[in-house]
Design a protein around this ligand. Sequence first.
Ligand code: PRP
Ligand code: ZN
Length: 285
Amino acid sequence: MNKLKIAIQKSGRLSEKSLGILEECGIKVSNGTGVLRTIASNFPLEVLFLRDDDIPQYVEQQVVDIGIVGENIVMEKKKCVDVIYRLGFGNCRLSLAILNDDEYTGPSYFEGKKIATSYPNLLKDYLSGKGITAEIEEISGSVEIAPGIGLSDAICDIVSSGSTLLKNGLKEAETILTSEAVIIGNRNLPAGKREILEKMLFRIRAVKNASENKYILLNTPDSAIGRICEILPGMKSPTILPLAMKGWSSMHSVVKEDEFWERIELLKAAGAEGILVIPIEKMIL
Ligand code: PRP
Ligand code: ZN
């Protein structure tokens, strides 16, 4: 049977959340320790656990059909792949950092300096955009150690919480770009695989919509229904059910997580009472 092949990070910042998104989509994947390849038991998906740095290349070569990887790596590797979907997790930035004790004087600080990085292409682009000449020391990991051991004057690496910089006596000087986890895909997926991908994306969207919205129930005097409909437009329009008490109704709707507190204030001011807010598990628009 036709299966879609997906690559996810073997171990690192995105591993757990990448598996988590499959799980939330109801796709069952068992990954015992040391297993680098597995098949979902209830969805036509084969999962390969790879080094994140290799994922864009494998997607381009169609060793795998799609992959979950940081956009930072997609941009660095410059492979011919499509960014299909932005996942909204794994947020980080690619930054230049210097030793805590050094005084930062602006981008010209890096003129003539030696910078260690696993992102030589992006760093090169940044430096040439600023007209700065610096020496790039390419290393594949533990970049933050470089200034402390005299390998370089500065680094250019991924910062997420900032704790790795802190632990290594470094401070952020410039942000080159911001990034998040994305789904990338091969440009020539055959129709059968594209169909499976669409099914998966449908589920991912439902999970993401659900996490961005809340279900809301409230009681309102009938006289306030009009005003509350304006505050809570809902997916189509709110559900209104009469209460046993005359002149009162119950209203049900959906509200966006990021507009939530502001709307609650307005609802209270309009006369709503007994407001209940419930998480949504899946939301299909
Ligand atoms: C990055 C970077 C740091 C760490 C920073 O690695 O190289 O080690 O994350 O995170 P923090 O600011 O939360 O401390 P990444 O996850 O990109 O993995 P890699 O080993 O594949 O480069
Ligand atoms: Zn990596």
